[in-house]
Design a protein around this ligand. Structure first.
Ligand code: AMP
Ligand code: ZN
Length: 114
């Protein structure tokens, strides 16, 4: 999608610090980290948010959780623990309208919600 920040990261038009990449997904460091480890996992395909998922997209979301398992191990936070966050639309504070999963870890995280 032309004007999407994360599509531009996928195409390389905007640089990112890549952590993992395969044919369907990309994982890169969040530019404004909220924890010692803060990376984003995104599908390369543009999907605005979870509301826009099609039945066919469910496979890639499942795949993303396999990627999360792999990268958290590589980043050394799988045993200590981490949080996965995906914001959808305004009330949740979604700022980039391309599906993304935050992975936060590397410290004892505050109990969130609301
Ligand atoms: P959200 O608020 O859930 O939509 O998350 C968007 C995230 O994207 C925020 O945590 C931002 O810090 C992050 N972000 C914005 N621009 C970039 C960028 N160019 N490279 C990496 N992360 C970014
Ligand atoms: Zn996009």
């Amino acid at each position: 999608m032309e004007d999407c920040l994360f599509c531009k990261i996928v195409s390389g038009e905007i640089p990112s610090t890549k952590v993992y990449e395969d044919e369907k997904t990309l994982c890169f460091k969040d530019i404004n980290p909220e924890a010692p480890v803060h990376v984003l996992v995104i599908p390369k395909k543009h999907i605005s948010n979870i509301n826009e998922l099609s039945k066919d997209d469910e496979e890639i979301i499942g795949h993303i959780f396999g990627v999360i398992k792999k990268v958290t191990k590589e980043l050394g936070i799988s045993e200590s623990g981490y949080r996965i966050v995906s914001n959808c639309n305004e009330d949740a504070g979604q700022t980039v309208p391309h599906v993304h999963f935050h992975i936060l870890g590397g410290k004892k995280l505050q109990v969130p919600m609301g």
